[in-house]
Write a protein that binds this ligand. Sequence first.
Ligand SMILES: N[C@@H](CCC(=O)N[C@@H](CS)C(=O)NCC(=O)O)C(=O)O
Length: 291
Amino acid sequence: MTDSPEYTPPTVWSWTKPSGGRFANINRPIAGPTHEKELPVGRHPLQLYSLATPNGQKVTIMLEELLALGHAGAEYDAWLVKIGEGDQFGSGFVAVNPNSKIPALVDRSGPAPIRVFESGSILLYLAEKFGAFLPTEVGPRTECMSWLFWQMGSAPYLGGGFGHFYAYAPTKIEYAIDRFAMEVKRQLDVLDRQLAENEYIAGNTYTIADMAIFPWYGGLAKGWLYGAAEFLSVQEYKNVQRWADMLLERAAVKRGRMVNRISGSPSSQLHERHDATDFETKTQDKITANS
Ligand SMILES: N[C@@H](CCC(=O)N[C@@H](CS)C(=O)NCC(=O)O)C(=O)O
C-alpha cells in the first residue's frame, strides 16, 4: 500500500474549507433550507420530486409498474430536482423531506397531503396503498422486507463508500478504495448466491425488493455506475447479470429509468413526467419552466 500524507485531526472539527471532489458545492454540515422556493404541484394525486439517480429510479420504476398493472390512482407528476444546483435545499423541498435528499413524494389523494421521504419508505407506502409488489403472507412478506432493508443499509457502502472514493474523491486513496471494493464485491456475492436459488430477490415473485436493489446493483452489474465494471469484475456475478437482464426487459423498468433523467443519450431522458403519453411525445418543449 502507498502512503498518504499524514493528517492529524484537530480536537474539534470545523467547516473551514470545501471538502473537495465532485459534489463539494452541495456538501455542508448543517440541515434546513438555504432559500425560499415553493414546490410545483401538478394535476395527479401523487407528486414526486426527484432525479433519476439509483435512489430516484426505485420510485419511478414502482410507479410505472403500478400503472402497468392498471392502478390509475398511481398517476403521478414527476418534477425535476437538480441536486447539483442545490434544489434540495429550497424551503418547499425541505418541508417534504427534512433530510434534503431525493426522492420525495406527496400523496394528495386524501383529505390532507401526506409527505413520504426515504426511497424505501416510499416503496413500502406505495406497495401498501395499492396492495401490490409486497407479498401478504407473513413469511414471503418478511423476506421481501429483509431485502428491502438490506438494500437501504448496503447501498451507502456502494455509493458513499466505493463510488465516492473510486470516482469522485479529489485524490485516489488506496486504503479507502480497497476497503469499499472489498465490501461491494462481498455484497455482489450475497446477491449472486441469493439469485442462484431464486428467480427474483425475495423468492419467485417480483417485489419492491427487486425495484430497490436493481438501480444500484443491477446498474453496477450493467456497467452504469462509476465506470467500475471492469475494476470490480462484474461479469463474474452471473446470477446478478441474469436477473438484471430479466428486469431490463420490463417496459415499466425502461420507462421508470427515463423519468427525471438529465444525463446520457437525449432519447433516454424524460426530464419531467406529467402524463403517460410523455414517453412517446417527449420533446424539449414539453418540459416546464420549473425544470
Ligand atoms: N437514504 C436515502 C438516500 C437518498 C439520497 O442519497 N439521495 C441523493 C441522490 S441519490 C441526494 O438527494 N443527494 C443530495 C444531497 O446529498 O444533497 C433514500 O434512499 O431516499
